[in-house]
Design a protein around this ligand. Structure first.
Ligand code: C5P
Length: 234
């Protein structure tokens, strides 16, 4: 399978068409952005970590009954995926208070939530991905009840599976963002699962092993990505 035309270039990935109209090739970059593109930088090696880690997690999730867009890893940075129509909803699940949740609710980062939370943001860069709920999604016509129910079921399943997977390598899954896509009358997990999209804290020391090191200028950014990669045995 070979890259044809550049279909789309996002903040962290390039997407190419292929000879098969149902398949695309994703090429993960080292570019990093935060705060809706206001902060820009490079995290050397990030593309490799995010590509290989996402593929590892997608394969694991498929085995647990969550369909994903993953098809085949081509190289360290390139993967063949199913061509989906992205549902314009960012799905965020939290197990521990942090980030915008802590800020909005005045709850200290690190507070272990009594149960996981589920939230939707409307995926729109110009609006800064505003927080919405499912009724907003129905009202503005971006999803429907059947799709939202399916997304919720898969998202909580992803949370359970990821918590378990990270626990094995001494990491606490604080929160994460996932995206879904429509593919042949089905909704499947798309985008990526990586230190860019998850908050990952060392179980013993609470050391941050994710993109917050870049967002908050904590230093050792590359080392954090490499550490997660190493612990996963990739
Ligand atoms: O910033 P906030 O606390 O809402 O982020 C929750 C989780 O979602 C974090 O793991 C963050 O990395 C992820 N996220 C993301 N892309 C966004 C917003 C949040 O991957 N656009």
């Amino acid at each position: 399978m070979e890259k044809q035309e550049l279909l789309y270039e996002g903040k962290a990935k390039k997407v190419f068409t292929t000879e098969d109209p149902d398949l695309l090739i994703v090429d993960y970059k080292d570019d990093a952005t935060a705060f809706n593109g206001e902060k820009k930088g490079t995290i050397v090696g990030k593309g490799v970590v995010n590509n290989r880690m996402s593929n590892y997690m997608f394969k694991m999730l498929e085995e647990k009954g969550v369909p994903t867009h993953y098809v085949q890893e081509l190289s360290d940075r390139e993967t063949v995926v199913k061509k989906v129509e992205i549902v314009p909803l960012e799905v965020i699940i939290r197990n521990v208070a942090a980030g915008s949740f802590s800020k909005r609710l005045g709850i200290e980062e690190g507070f272990e939530l009594l149960e996981p939370t589920f939230e939707f943001s409307y995926k729109d860069d110009d609006l800064g991905d505003p927080l919405i709920n499912e009724y907003f999604a129905y009202a503005i016509g971006i999803s429907n009840r059947k799709e939202v129910e399916q997304i919720k079921e898969y998202a909580f399943k992803v949370n359970e599976a990821l918590i378990e997977e990270f626990k094995k390598i001494g990491i606490k899954l604080v929160d994460f963002k996932i995206e879904f896509g429509r593919y042949k009358d089905e909704v499947i997990l798309a985008d990526e699962i990586s230190p860019d999209t998850c908050r990952l804290w060392d179980l013993e020391t609470n050391q941050k092993l994710d993109k917050d090191r870049f967002r908050r200028d904590l230093g050792d950014v590359e080392e954090a990505y490499e550490e997660v990669y190493r612990r996963l045995g990739l």
